[in-house]
Design a protein around this ligand. Structure first.
Ligand SMILES: C[S@@+](CC[C@H](N)C(=O)[O-])C[C@H]1O[C@@H](n2cnc3c(N)ncnc32)[C@H](O)[C@@H]1O
Length: 223
């Protein structure tokens, strides 16, 4: 517990951890590039980033993009924040918030690309609304992502993957590609060799990693 409290105290002082309680939080909505990153580069957001392995791995490979890892668990974000500080990754920030509140943190069209690696599968029917690929979350992402921007999902969970494909069937999306075994597919290169803690754990258990990617249509569907 002491370790956790120390991490929270560190987060409160760090520029690369943005929290609801900090004045910077609302101020940054629509102004991440201009006021936080001081550039005009693409803004890539990872949802449920945990310790930030995916965000950090991408940032090391794409120095001319900006990255924000989002999670509600401050002690996990501290790990990613510490790594970014130690390695001089100035184009990485961590945002501590509920993903449900993403529209209070980003402006419409502000996000270039979204990654959702290994979200909690939430298998119980009554938890459907908490799945990060449920219609209410997709409506949120659609509002915030720029036209043509990709949403990427990786999961080991067969149920969540099937559920997501089913939800997407009636969504205004395009450019959907998917594979039920990323490591045997042509899409593997799209994952830049980055494995998160959860991915390593699931691979060790022999799970096939599923992947899909899509973008939202820009025109409202009719009928
Ligand atoms: C299964 S872990 C995956 C972590 C990381 N993506 C990985 O692959 O190692 C899911 C993460 O999502 C976060 N999370 C789940 N639901 C969330 C929500 N509604 N808002 C913010 N974070 C959430 C959890 O705190 C947790 O760190």
């Amino acid at each position: 517990m002491r370790k956790k409290l120390q991490r929270f105290a560190d987060n409160a002082k760090r520029r690369n951890v943005i929290e609801l309680s900090k004045a910077s939080h609302t101020h940054l909505q629509g102004r991440w590039r201009a006021d936080y990153f001081n550039n005009k580069n693409d803004l890539v957001v990872e949802l449920g980033c945990g310790k930030g392995a995916y965000t950090l791995g991408l940032a090391q490979q794409f120095p001319y993009k900006n990255f924000v890892g989002v999670d509600i668990k401050g002690a996990r974000l501290w790990v990613g924040s510490s790594y970014a500080l130690a390695h001089g990754l100035c184009q990485v920030a961590f945002l501590r918030t509920k993903i449900e509140q993403l529209d209070q943190c980003f402006a419409p069209g502000e996000i270039s690309e979204l990654h959702i690696p290994f979200p909690d599968p939430r298998p119980r029917d009554r938890d459907e609304k908490h799945r990060l690929t449920s219609p209410r979350f997709l409506a949120l992402y659609r509002q915030l992502i720029q036209p043509g921007g990709y949403v990427h999902l990786k999961t080991d969970d067969t149920g969540l993957f099937a559920y997501t494909l089913e939800v997407l069937r009636v969504q205004p999306i395009s450019s959907l590609v998917y594979t039920e075994d990323l490591y045997q597919s042509e899409w593997l290169a799209a994952h830049y060799g980055i494995q998160t803690d959860y991915e390593r754990k699931f691979l060790a258990q022999g799970a096939a990693i599923k992947y899909l990617r899509f973008s939202f249509d820009t025109v409202e569907p009719t009928g």
